[in-house]
Design a protein around this ligand. Structure first.
Ligand code: HDD
Length: 689
């Protein structure tokens, strides 16, 4: 069993059918050892007498214990914390003009995919909502082999050359002497690295922006980061950058909320992804490409091979070419999400590399890391990693080999097996590297064209709205404020004065450093509105989660009406009350409480609605928790709705008056329900600030 389908026809179900061959259903079965021997007793080890020593011959105990002792594998050196899902990808129109990649030709074909999202710095068990870059890796199981797009939710990177990657990661990971702090960049070694490696400037602007604290894995963009190549049947190449655009728009948490979520629900993003798929609210991402003709390579004021640079969308538009739908949760976290092995070098004909020195280094690192993580060279045979098309070569043996290759021949060329397996011609789908002409001396140097580290950092800064700028400054205050070394703090201030003097002065003020002495601020008024998530048009309340605060005596008619309008808008709601169990409305309608003020918290919801009904409001008013709940949601700029009597709780929570423009909506009739949903769709109401 090497492949799912020797005929090469792949559809949306191909991977699932292949995985079916490996799925084991233990339900209703008798327990056995791994050798298939039925076990009669699983709670007592074999002893010499009931109070005597355990015997060596207890093979069942030994097998069970040995397996348990070896259940862990090394976590990923980066991106250890991750969550995955199955789905499919479909192209909108044939991309024949640009690439011969088969999965980008036929709009009727659904190519199976597995996506793994991740944070970078934290350990496997760290919290989801930390400030960090998010990994966004997609494995396309195509008829021509697996294609891996191993990207992030930020379009640029910290460094320009892969040789610096170990240094970057050593600096950001917990400090080695005391293993502090977990999953955080707010510490001395990271900021020391930043201040001494100016190429980080642009990425740091993104890292300190709201992009690094996404509301949901379903609400962030994805980027291939590097410049890749598309190559068509005629051998014509275009430079290409890849984009994922979330159908729900790009939304973020606020920092105070993100930190609290890390304690209240460390699995916040993982659970959100799982529940969305479980309730058929399938996450969707449109796939986009930016294309640059080969002859235009040098027509930009940045080097297109430099991974610390993006291609402004206003200059090089994003062409939307397809859509990915994630519609199936994994069956087993370890077997699928943990064992999946991505590699930017897993390409298909029609997709090739550029000379970006970061990408070139990645092409070595990914297979190498799987060898220690997955224990040998046969990790491609693990069910989640197997292509759904056939694979044949002369590679043999090694740890955990599963394929049985009959016959004596395992070498090329040969005559005994008719010289098979035989390399395929290009016409037969054989991968041929793009024949780029390269010419140069062997040097350990960076191109002069990589040396402008500040123009695009400034472009990003210029493109932010006021509130986004405030968040970036606050993030600098937090991150650099946690740095103990005054010297490093001052270096950071000096470095960012190259980006923007006002920004650097603001950083200095907040962290108690001296104003910048360096006045080399880069001069550019350029903006790229596409970089601002606040300016993005997608505004929908679909799949958002609202807390309904209610107790006995709530206004049932009003709550029913609100729930109806929520349903129509695709919003989910939970009743939060003082105790679990049932509560009864003023008109004797019973509803079940989902959460109490102890099990829930406002940070876990997108909006709060305080149900009307005097008795209910009086009961809620008597608990400080409900007041805090509403106050906190308000301070996190979330939509607040309240029935007539609910207004009393708002007043107690320090909210002046109803004001739909500030997202505080009185729920009185159907129209006000619509206003509340619009307020939720706006996501946050910065006007309150
Ligand atoms: Fe990497 C994992 C993304 C630069 C070396 N990387 C990893 C994952 C993502 C990225 C999303 C997690 C994959 C998964 O879910 O299993 N990495 C990036 C991006 C980069 C980048 C977008 C820059 C544009 N990475 C990068 C460099 C190197 C590595 C320069 C080393 C030369 N990355 C690795 C790794 C990992 C990895 C050590 C750890 C686990 C793994 O590969 O499978 O090899």
């Amino acid at each position: 069993m090497v492949s799912e389908n020797e005929s090469g026809k792949i559809n949306e179900h191909s991977k699932n059918r292949q995985l079916d061959q490996y799925r084991a259903d233990d339900n209703g079965k008798k327990m056995t050892t791994n050798q298939g021997l039925r076990i009669s007793e699983d709670e007592h080890s074999l002893k010499a007498g009931t109070r005597g020593p355990t015997l060596m011959e207890d093979f069942h105990f030994r097998e069970k214990m040995t397996h348990f002792d070896h259940e862990r594998i090394p976590e990923r050196i980066v991106h250890a914390r991750g969550s995955g899902a199955h789905g499919y990808f479909q192209v909108y129109e044939p991309m024949t003009e640009f690439t011969k990649a088969k999965f980008l030709q036929d709009p009727s074909v659904k190519t199976p995919v597995f996506v793994r999202y991740s944070t970078v710095a934290g350990s496997r068990g760290s919290a989801d909502s930390v400030r960090d870059v998010r990994g966004f890796s997609t494995k396309f199981y195509t008829e021509e082999g697996n294609y891996d797009l191993v990207g992030n939710n930020i379009p640029v990177f910290f460094i320009q050359d892969a040789i610096k990657f170990p240094d970057l990661i050593h600096a950001v990971k917990p400090e080695p002497h005391n293993e502090i702090p977990q999953a955080a960049s707010a510490h001395d070694t990271f900021w020391d690295f930043v201040a001494n490696n100016e190429e980080t400037a642009h990425m740091i602007m993104w890292h300190l922006s709201d992009r690094a604290i996404p509301r949901s894995l379903r609400m962030m963009e994805g980027f291939g980061v590097h410049t890749f190549r598309f190559v068509n049947e005629e051998g014509v190449s275009h430079f290409v950058k890849f984009h994922w655009k979330p159908v729900l728009g790009v939304k973020s948490l606020v920092w105070d909320e993100a930190q609290k979520i890390a304690g209240k629900n460390p699995d916040f993003h993982r659970q959100d992804l799982w529940e969305a798929i479980d309730t058929d609210n399938y996450p969707e991402f449109e796939f986009g490409v930016q294309l640059i003709k080969e002859e235009d390579e040098f027509n930009f004021d940045f080097d297109i091979l430099d991974p610390t640079k993006l291609w402004p969308e206003e200059q090089v538009p994003v062409k939307i070419i397809g859509k990915m739908v994630l519609n199936q949760n994994p069956d087993n976290f370890f077997a699928e999400t943990e064992q999946i092995a991505f590699h930017p070098g897993h390409v298909v004909p029609g997709i090739d590399f550029s000379n970006d020195p970061l990408l070139q280094g990645r092409l070595f690192s990914y297979t190498d890391t799987q060898l220690s993580r997955l224990g040998g060279p046969n990790f491609h045979e693990l069910p989640i990693n197997r292509p759904v098309c056939p694979f044949h070569n002369n590679q043999r043996d090694g740890m955990h080999r599963m394929t049985i290759n009959p016959g004596p021949v395992s070498y090329h060329k040969n005559s005994l097996a008719g010289n098979s397996p035989v390399p395929a011609s290009e016409a037969e789908g054989g991968y041929a590297h793009y024949q780029e002409k390269v010419d140069g001396r062997k040097v350990r140097q960076r191109s002069e064209s990589f040396k402008d580290h500040y123009s695009q950092a400034k472009l990003f800064w210029n493109s932010m709205t006021e509130v986004e700028k405030e968040h970036i400054i606050a993030a600098f205050h937090f991150e650099v404020g946690k740095v103990k070394s005054k010297d490093v703090q001052q270096q950071v201030v000096e470095m960012f004065s190259n980006v923007d003097l006002e920004l650097a002065e603001a950083i200095a003020k907040g962290v108690g450093a001296n104003p910048p002495s360096n006045k080399n601020e880069v001069e550019t008024e350029l903006t790229s509105p596409a970089l601002s998530q606040e300016l993005m048009k997608v505004k929908t309340a679909a799949t958002r989660k609202v807390a309904i605060l209610a107790a006995d005596g709530f206004n049932g008619t009003e709550v029913n009406q609100v729930l109806e309008s929520f349903k129509a808008a695709g919003i989910t709601a939970e009743i939060v009350s003082i105790n679990r169990g049932m509560i009864t409305s003023a008109t004797e309608q019973q509803v079940e409480v989902d959460q109490t003020f102890l099990t829930a918290d406002s940070v876990l919801y997108d909006a709060v609605y305080v149900a009307g009904g005097q008795e209910s409001v009086d009961a809620l008013k008597a608990t400080k928790n409900s007041i805090f709940f509403v106050n906190e949601a308000y301070n996190h700029f979330k939509a607040i709705g309240a029935g007539k009597e609910g207004a009393e709780i708002l007043t107690k929570a320090g909210i002046g008056s109803f004001d739909p423009n500030a997202g505080v909506v009185a729920i009185a009739d159907e129209k006000s329900g619509t206003a509340f949903i619009e307020a939720i769709a706006k996501h946050r109401h910065w006007i309150r600030a």
